[in-house]
Design a protein around this ligand. Structure first.
Ligand SMILES: Cc1cc2nc3c(=O)[nH]c(=O)nc-3n(C[C@H](O)[C@H](O)[C@H](O)COP(=O)(O)OP(=O)(O)OC[C@H]3O[C@@H](n4cnc5c(N)ncnc54)[C@H](O)[C@@H]3O)c2cc1C
Length: 469
């Protein structure tokens, strides 16, 4: 009998598998797709030589993840590449707010008044990434914070909606920057906790940057799988788990899936009936004949570029997606990895990654709206397009069953959705079945490639299965 079977080889499933295998357990992973990685893959989606990330591309949370840091994934080929500027937030007049590695450069880009506000907001937390990540990338009521004073201080600011935090700033540069950062969690700007997400992303830039892995996001699961094999773990691909009976006997079954799929496969009936899924995304991967012709000089040096530009426009786009209307002017998150990674495209050419928010399960085509928004900040963009790969909610859900209705967070982040997920429970990684566990981003701390849900699920499994001395 195996000690643990993991269903799904995404970052969280592989993290759970590695942590249990390192403790001496016999672990096997079963992945539906032909390759491992889940939301961290790299594929030639368009033309030969153009290596795209169909899902995640930029990794502030992976680079700053306590779980990944403890594994030393760099020994297994993971190499972080840093752009000149982690993120630029341009405006149509060619100016930009920037999230730079240094607090000073970021503050300067926000204008004289808001520079001071930015410095004061972040000052108490600078240099404290390690304890903040350990204390917030978890289920808040499981265990005591490592640094209670910083925890309480951060919690007060973090609990607010970003729409409220934005009122501290006078100009659109800072307001737009924070709204764009908060929009990563795909909840309306009035949702509690969105300020916390925005501040965490800003702190991550100042602590460890917003890097991309050399060769693409696939490097993250590849490194995890190499470490797993070193500890005797086994990964099976092309194996979609439909029932627990499909799997070898094991003492624990750990699901890197949506809670809905877990309930269906493990026969838990309506256990997760109340789980809400959020809006979908519309993703386009481009092969380009040259770099994106941004009007803003800062955007030309940035790894990630957010296209809002104002908090008002960003809020309207998010609200439309949440209310079931396709945004006519989408808020776009874009990434240009080939600026710093020559392995991603043939010489002189580029891969470009972009997504915007659309309603849950939306079946329309947002290509025109996306490219109109791109042309607003990079006139001539369309002339560079050699090929594009387009994926809306149905295609994303077909590629990865966890993206129910195209929700790339596998569970709504609106309301208290980042803290209480997938439902209110003392330990969200355990289920009504003593041998069945949940380790995906559907559990706290939620979306992102950081492996922390896998880390906490592995602890829950270990506590239940460890040998009693
Ligand atoms: C377009 C897009 C852009 C994103 N951008 C970023 C970004 O830049 N940075 C970032 O940090 N995050 C980003 N994310 C989010 C990130 O990809 C996810 O938060 C992360 O991958 C979640 O990890 P996970 O292990 O919980 O699940 P997943 O990565 O979804 O992995 C789950 C795995 O389980 C498998 N599976 C599901 N059901 C079964 C079954 N029945 N049997 C066997 N296998 C099964 C799936 O095939 C998949 O491989 C993005 C996601 C998308 C889609």
């Amino acid at each position: 009998m195996l000690d643990a079977v993991v269903i799904g080889a995404g970052p969280n499933g592989l993290t759970a598998a590695v942590e249990l295998a390192r403790r001496g357990m016999a672990v096997e992973v079963f992945e539906a797709h032909a390759t491992i990685g889940g939301g961290a893959r790299t594929e030639e989606l368009t033309l030969p030589g153009f290596r795209h990330d169909p899902c995640s591309a930029v990794h502030p949370l992976a680079a700053g993840s306590p779980a990944f840091t403890a594994m030393g994934l760099e020994r297994f080929g993971l190499q972080w590449l840093h752009p000149d500027i982690p993120m630029a937030h341009p405006f149509p007049d060619g100016t930009a707010a920037v999230l730079a590695r240094s607090v000073g450069e970021t503050a300067m880009s926000l204008g004289a008044h808001d520079a001071g506000t930015y410095r004061r907001l972040l000052a108490p937390f600078l240099g404290k990434w390690d304890s903040l990540a350990a204390d917030f990338l978890r289920t808040q009521w499981l265990g005591l914070p490592r640094d209670p004073v910083t925890y309480a201080r951060f919690g007060l600011a973090a609990a607010q909606p970003v729409a409220l935090l934005d009122r501290r700033f006078r100009d659109q540069k800072a307001r737009g920057l924070f709204a764009g950062l908060a929009a990563h969690v795909i909840a309306p700007l009035t949702s509690p906790g969105t300020a916390g997400a925005a501040i965490m992303f800003a702190l991550a830039a100042h602590a460890g940057g917003w890097p991309v892995p050399r060769g693409g996001s696939q490097a993250v699961p590849d490194a995890l799988a190499a470490l797993l094999r070193l500890h005797g773990g086994v990964v099976h691909t092309d194996f979609e788990v439909k029932r627990l009976d499909d799997l070898p006997p094991a003492r624990a079954y750990i699901f890197d899936t949506s809670p809905t799929a877990l309930a269906r496969i493990a026969g838990l009936g309506n256990a997760y009936r109340g789980v809400r899924y959020g809006p979908g995304v519309f993703k386009i991967d481009y092969a380009l004949s040259g770099p994106v012709p941004w009007t803003s000089a800062e955007a030309r040096r940035a790894g990630t570029v957010h296209l809002g530009p104002t908090s008002g426009e960003i809020g309207t786009a998010l609200r439309a997606a949440a209310d079931g209307r396709a945004p006519s002017v989408p808020f776009l998150i874009t990434s240009q990895p080939s600026l710093i990674d020559p392995t991603r495209a043939p010489e002189g050419k580029h891969t470009f990654w972009v997504y915007g928010h659309v309603p849950h399960g939306w079946e329309g085509d947002a290509t025109e709206a996306v490219e109109r928004q791109l042309e607003r900040f990079a006139p001539g963009f369309r002339d560079l397009v050699l090929a594009r790969a387009v994926a809306g909610p149905p295609q994303l859900a077909a590629r990865n069953a966890n993206y129910v209705g195209g929700d790339i967070c596998a569970g709504s982040a609106a309301g208290l959705g980042l803290v209480i997920r997938p439902k209110l429970a003392r330990n969200p990684y355990t289920t009504a079945h003593p041998a069945v566990f949940l380790c995906s981003q559907s559990a706290p701390p939620g979306p992102g490639v950081h492996g922390m849900a896998g880390h906490h699920a592995a602890r829950a499994v270990w506590r239940r299965l460890r040998p009693v001395r």
